[in-house]
Design a protein around this ligand. Structure first.
Ligand code: NAP
Ligand code: MG
Length: 402
């Protein structure tokens, strides 16, 4: 069989620890035998980030802007312990944060559903994709612990010196105050990323805030979404047969619990933080989630939602066997390859991505899985495989399909 040819390279961002080991196994076993893989390689492993003063992270994000599609391995975000472990020059910032800031994106996460690993919400038959606004609100707040009696005011001073001033509260004793913000530009980017992703995946889009209580702040989110929808997306949505639906956040939560799934749920930053943990844990495991960063200009970066699985890596270094789930990392590759195939109109590449995903799920449904899944599956008599053997098993399933 001749290998599938590619025309444009994928931006490949290698990473750290156990996921770096899985990365190589996936390429060797599941990709290189079938695809004449074209990538522009960036080593985002912590050692190389340190050597390049983190230049490599910025370069990889710039390359993503240039080529349009990237696939990223999980990476270490350094903390004090990593400073000594890797003898770092600086406590480099989170690569995901750096890349998100450059691409100005929204992160979409959806559970990978497979028979035998059922969500505990029984009526969720299709995945719910969470779209989380990744800028501002309580994540960029300013807080004061009020010591006692006094006046709290909200003041905005414009460039020409004019002031807008509002009373927050007249304190007659100790308390707390919090200032938060967002920008129209960031909200508009978020809205466009959500509308584009809905069109791309042909799913309805839900968005919810608390605009009845927050008549300026949350209402601004609602208005920006509605304006952009009416002027730029309404006709496209109607043509695609999908819907944009706005409701109150409490109504959305109630409806989500009763829904069948198969839609995108756009959330403000805090709601997205909390609700994505709820959806993912209800669906089993972080290793069974897809995650993609989409920029408003239509640039895509695919990754796994979990970290570098440090604990397994130390076992691996000790020569012990590991049973690390590679599904999310495989799906990062298939997502990127399928998107590359779509953009370059290479049907074989899109078909290969579909087949590899199917083979991965079928392997699990056939009872061959890693330990994390064996612990939660409803299937009986399952075989627990180590990291390498699970990938071998997927290859065997794939071979029978090809
Ligand atoms: P983690 O790597 O997600 O792992 C936490 C635990 O979750 C593991 O010890 C393991 O549990 C389980 N787990 C996660 N992924 C798994 C998989 N694929 N297969 C099987 N089990 C899995 O989080 P962490 O240990 O807190 O963080 C490690 C490093 O990852 C940190 O340096 C952090 O900065 C980085 N990180 C990177 C990203 C990213 O690049 N996207 C995201 C988050 C964290 P058991 O040990 O019980 O088996
Ligand atoms: Mg959270």
């Amino acid at each position: 069989m001749s290998k599938i040819q590619m025309t444009t390279p994928l931006v490949e961002m290698d990473g750290d620890e156990m996921t770096r080991i899985l990365w190589q196994m996936i390429k060797d076993e599941l990709l290189l035998p079938y695809i004449d893989l074209k990538t522009e390689y960036y080593d985002l492993g912590l050692e190389h980030r340190n050597e390049t003063d983190d230049r490599v992270t910025t370069d990889s994000a710039e390359a993503t802007k240039k080529y349009g599609v990237a696939v990223k391995c999980a990476t270490i975000t350094p903390n004090a312990a990593r400073m000594t472990e890797y003898n770092l020059k600086e406590m480099w910032k989170s690569p995901n944060g750096t890349i998100r800031a450059i691409l100005d994106g929204t992160v979409f996460r959806a559970p990978i559903q497979v028979n035998g690993i059922e969500p505990c919400v029984k009526n969720w038959k299709a995945p719910i994709t969470l779209a989380r606004h990744a800028y501002g609100d309580v994540y960029k707040n300013t807080e004061i612990k009020v010591p006692g009696k006094g006046t709290a005011e909200l003041v905005f001073t414009s460039e020409d010196g004019t002031e807008i001033r509002k009373l927050i509260h007249q304190f007659d004793g100790p308390g707390i105050i919090q200032g938060i913000h967002n920008t129209d530009r960031s909200i508009a980017s978020f809205a466009k990323a959500c509308f584009n992703y809905a069109l791309d995946t042909k799913q309805d889009l839900w968005f919810a805030t608390k605009d009845t209580i927050s008549k300026k702040y949350d209402h601004n989110f609602k208005d920006i979404f509605q304006d952009i929808y009416d002027t730029e997306y309404k006709e496209k949505f109607e043509a695609a047969g999908i819907e944009y639906f706005y409701t109150l956040i409490d109504d959305a939560v109630a409806r989500v619990m009763k829904a069948k799934g198969g839609f995108i749920w756009a959330c403000k930053n805090y709601d997205g933080d909390v609700m994505s943990d709820m959806v993912s844990s209800a669906c089993g495991s972080l290793a069974m989630m897809t995650s993609v960063l989409v920029s408003p200009s239509g640039v895509y970066e695919y990754e796994a939602a979990h970290g570098t699985v440090q604990r397994h890596y130390y076992k691996h270094l000790n020569g012990e066997e590991t049973s690390t789930n590679s599904v999310a990392t495989i799906f990062a590759w298939t997502g990127a390859l399928r998107k590359r195939g779509e953009l370059d109109q290479i049907k074989e590449l899109q078909d290969f991505a579909d087949k590899l995903e199917k083979a991965t799920l079928k392997t699990i449904e056939d009872g061959k899985m890693t330990k994390d899944l064996a612990l939660i599956t409803s299937l009986e008599n399952v075989t627990v495989l180590n990291s390498q053997d699970f990938i071998h098993a997927i290859r065997e399933t794939l071979e029978t399909d090809l």
